[in-house]
Design a protein around this ligand. Structure first.
Ligand SMILES: Nc1nc2c(ncn2[C@@H]2O[C@H](COP(=O)(O)OP(=O)(O)OP(=O)(O)O)[C@@H](O)[C@H]2O)c(=O)[nH]1
Ligand SMILES: [Mg+2]
Length: 296
């Protein structure tokens, strides 16, 4: 008889290494938003892979920030530390551009954890000949308890190997969640994230980082869902930039986000976006709690 396996597999690493790309690749779902900008993910997001004989409960996490500049970033780091504490298996994602010094905190936690761990050297498609071997040797020496594998989350190289390794490492345990459950987040969360993704892709400098998106109202209809989102910024000047001349910039966000949401829901959507100023929300404990950025 095959014994059922299940456990928590938490994905950690510095910003921009491809953690969210990996989680989406492994779950086969578009759960986490992905952008070329660092600090895209702000929450811990669950993605569940169900099989007859196992259930893998992945957590995507924010990239670890070495010098948090405001409370939002401190809380994001707490999500990472929590994920390192409650994991059965840790997937430590890195790539050739990440400096050892910047990864010190994570290396230390990985050295001291009782959880099993895999070091995944991502973006191997960007490596020159011989570079991958050097990185593998480096990480094998740095974290001798971990297995080391080079992957490309974006093109799916070695995804099957990763899943196979994870299942080997999972403890024998009944499923933690219903076998038809894919995530712990609701539709409202994903809608807000898709709007945030378009903001990250369309604006530069501080704008994406100053924005928080919230679904204000969500009316489900038979043919069409009517959704109203509020985008919070920290200052009046940011509101002006976000809206753009004659509202053109905000309109672009609305169009792009609506298309993405329609794909996600498989349904027509009417999307309205509003911009409001919430003074210094990234440092305000009450706002952070309201937006779901308080840790346990
Ligand atoms: N060339 C290449 N690019 C990749 C690969 N995996 C991810 N990327 C790109 O790297 C960038 C960052 O990817 P994300 O998945 O958002 O990275 P992340 O680690 O979740 O980033 P944060 O949420 O900011 O911590 C995106 O532009 C991805 O398309 C890969 O295997 N190869
Ligand atoms: Mg991410």
């Amino acid at each position: 008889m095959i014994e059922h396996k299940s456990g928590f597999v938490n994905i950690v690493g510095l910003p921009n290494v491809g953690k969210s790309t990996l989680m989406n690749a492994l779950t086969g779902e578009r759960l986490s938003i992905i952008t070329p900008k660092a600090q895209t993910t702000r929450h811990r997001i669950m993605g569940i892979v169900n099989d007859e004989n196992y259930q893998v409960v992945f957590s995507d996490t924010p990239g670890y920030i070495n010098q948090p500049a405001y409370k939002l970033q401190t809380n994001m780091n707490e999500f990472v530390d929590e994920a390192l504490e409650d994991a059965d298996v840790i997937l430590f994602v890195t790539d050739k551009n990440q400096k050892e010094e910047e990864q010190k905190h994570l290396i230390e936690l990985l050295t001291n954890t009782k959880a099993a761990s895999l070091v995944l050297i991502n973006k191997m498609d960007l490596c020159q000949q011989g570079e991958v071997e050097k990185l593998i040797a480096f990480w094998k020496e740095k974290l001798p308890k971990s297995e080391v594998l080079a992957i490309s989350a974006a093109s799916g190289i070695n995804s099957k190997k990763v899943i196979k390794k994870i299942v080997e490492l999972l403890p024998v345990h009944p499923a933690y969640y219903d076998k038809d459950q894919l995530t712990d987040r609701n539709v409202r969360f994903f809608v807000a994230e898709m709007v945030r993704e378009k903001i990250f892709l369309n604006y530069t400098a501080e704008i994406p980082y100053s924005c928080q998106v919230e679904v204000d109202t969500y009316e489900e209809g038979e043919k069409i869902d009517r959704i109203r989102c509020v985008i919070y910024v920290e200052r009046e000047s940011q509101k002006i930039i976000l809206i753009g001349k004659k509202g053109e910039s905000l309109k672009t966000i609305g169009i792009e986000a609506r298309k993405e949401i329609e794909k996600f829901l498989g349904k027509q959507v009417h999307l309205e976006l509003f911009v409001k100023v919430k003074d210094k929300w990234r440092n305000d404990p009450i706002s952070l709690k309201h937006f779901g950025y308080d840790s346990k």
